[in-house]
Design a binder for this molecule. Structure first.
Ligand code: UD1
Ligand code: MG
Length: 458
């Protein structure tokens, strides 16, 4: 089918009032990607060669997101919402360029798979002029009904136009549609608005095609796929489905999830094999994880690469622009931010590593903090290989610490340390003979006296 050209028209001019949001509906995210982004990626994966997005007025943000997702995209502004066919016709300029296949998709229906879009195109390749995506609705209310005649699709009747008998039909219109490029414009231009809603219904293309002796077809998909989002309850339902779709192939590909329903992935998460994800792990955008990595419970990971055999967590946070080297151990309550950690290094407890480069085999002691921010600017900390940073050290950036340096526990280090040095960055210890015991004993006495007084009072 790849030799056939395909234009995808994505309708995204809806106001999304029920989202109660300053953000346009189609920019709300599912698995870390905007809904319109999901649609655009799915149609391109189905061989879509060009895309046209129909947006409402003043929606530069939607246009920008569309351009981020696909290279060849045109934006068309629909100022008045007069129906789905009216919206599609806003892309007339794109349609007029001439494509073999035309797909109409909805920007707020993000779960349609590339396979389904491919099946719609396959029906066009077999000679249909209009292909509807049908589904068996658990509750058909509100949907267009597919009128079948002798196994062929005769018409789509919208809820508001349907008779009682037609309303009993459960085979419904998923909304998206495929049209043959040769006939699309002439069919769309013949659609009128003499109906209950006074709208130009895209669905009328079916009966018009039939009246012109053209073939129509139905491709069916599970109801789940055609689920649209109108409010944030539906957004959460769609998110749950999307997460299920991401987890299953990850597990089949060699990722163990102890409690998959508690693990959250992003649309672009990439895994190797023999990875263990303990419960309550959240993986944000832009994460790649190599073989044999363990992410322990309650870790939050985003924008990073984790190399083979690393162990992260429990309760660890890896933030964007970080690279965790092979066999690295990141323990509990460690935050890593814009930091590269060399192979075999360890930061096992309670640390903040920001804007740092840490060499191979280096040990970061508990309570180590890189002070990367001076209140105005961020500065880098460069730590060499096989360094031992003693517990509770404060490393004030900009700072360079050479290879095999040993930093005494409790140090505040403000100046570069040359390789091999033992660095102390703390006041010299003082010890006054006998004074400790003296103080301890006098405290003990005072406590006893106070207790005796309290006992008398009561
Ligand atoms: C549409 C179908 C219906 C189908 C249902 C599935 C038509 C006439 N009806 O109905 O058969 O069962 O989807 O959910 O197509 N949009 C615009 N501009 C407009 C109108 C709509 O951009 O002028 C966009 C909307 O933002 C939305 C999509 O097109 O993303 C569908 O519009 P909507 O109003 O939800 O159509 P339905 O009445 O649900
Ligand atoms: Mg709708």
């Amino acid at each position: 089918m790849s030799e056939r050209t395909c234009l995808s028209i994505v309708l995204a001019a809806g106001e999304g009032t029920r989202m109660q949001s300053a953000r346009p509906k189609v920019l709300h995210e599912v698995a870390g990607l905007s809904m319109v982004g999901h649609v655009l990626r799915a149609v391109s994966a189905a061989g879509g060669t060009a895309a046209a997005v129909v947006v409402g007025p003043d929606r530069a943000d939607v246009a920008a997101e569309a351009r981020r997702q696909v290279a060849d995209v045109s934006i068309h502004v629909q100022t008045e919402r007069l129906g789905t066919a009216h919206a599609v016709l806003h892309a007339e300029e794109a349609l007029a360029r001439g494509y073999d296949d035309v797909i109409v998709a909805f920007g707020d229906t993000p779960l349609v798979t590339p396979e389904t879009f491919s099946r719609l195109r396959a029906a066009l390749a077999e000679g249909a002029a209009v292909v509807a995506l049908g589904f068996e609705a658990a509750d058909p209310f509100g949907y267009g009904r597919l009128m079948m005649e002798g196994g062929a699709l005769a018409a789509i009747v919208e809820e508001k136009e349907a008779s009682a008998a037609q309303r009993a039909i459960t085979l419904c219109n998923g909304g998206l549609m495929a049209l043959s490029g040769a006939h699309a414009l002439s069919l769309l231009k013949r659609i009128g608005n003499a109906n209950a809603k006074g709208e130009f219904y895209l669905t009328d293309a079916v009966a018009l095609a039939r009246a012109s002796g053209l073939q129509t077809a139905v491709v069916t998909a599970p109801e789940e796929e055609v689920r649209g989002v109108n409010d944030r309850v539906q957004l959460a339902e769609v998110e749950a489905i999307a997460q299920g779709r991401l987890r299953a192939p990850a597990m089949r590909g060699g990722v163990t999830m102890v409690a998959p329903e508690t693990v959250f992935l992003s649309f672009d998460t990439a895994f190797g094999r023999d990875i263990l994800l303990e419960p309550h792990v959240v993986i944000g955008l832009g994460v790649t994880i190599e073989d044999d990595v363990t992410l322990r419970a309650y870790s939050h990971i985003a924008g990073c690469h984790i190399a083979k055999g690393a162990i992260v967590g429990p309760f660890a946070r890896i933030r964007p622009k970080s690279r965790i080297g092979e066999g690295v151990h990141i323990g509990n309550f460690v935050e890593v931010n814009r930091t590269a950690i060399g192979a075999g290094a360890e930061a096992n407890h309670l640390a903040y590593l920001g804007d740092a480069t840490i060499g191979e085999g280096t040990n970061i002691g508990a309570g180590t903090i890189t002070c990367n921010f001076d209140g105005a600017d961020k500065h880098a900390t460069v730590i060499g290989r096989d360094v031992f940073v003693g517990s509770n050290s404060t490393l004030v950036a900009p700072l360079t610490i050479g290879d095999e340096v040993l930093i005494a526990a409790g140090s505040t280090i403000t100046q570069n340390v040359e390789a091999g040095a033992l660095a102390f960055g703390r006041p010299k210890q003082a010890a006054l003979p006998g004074r400790g015991a003296e103080k301890i004993r006098s405290n003990k006495l005072r406590r006893a006296e106070r207790k005796a007084r309290d006992a008398k009072k009561s």
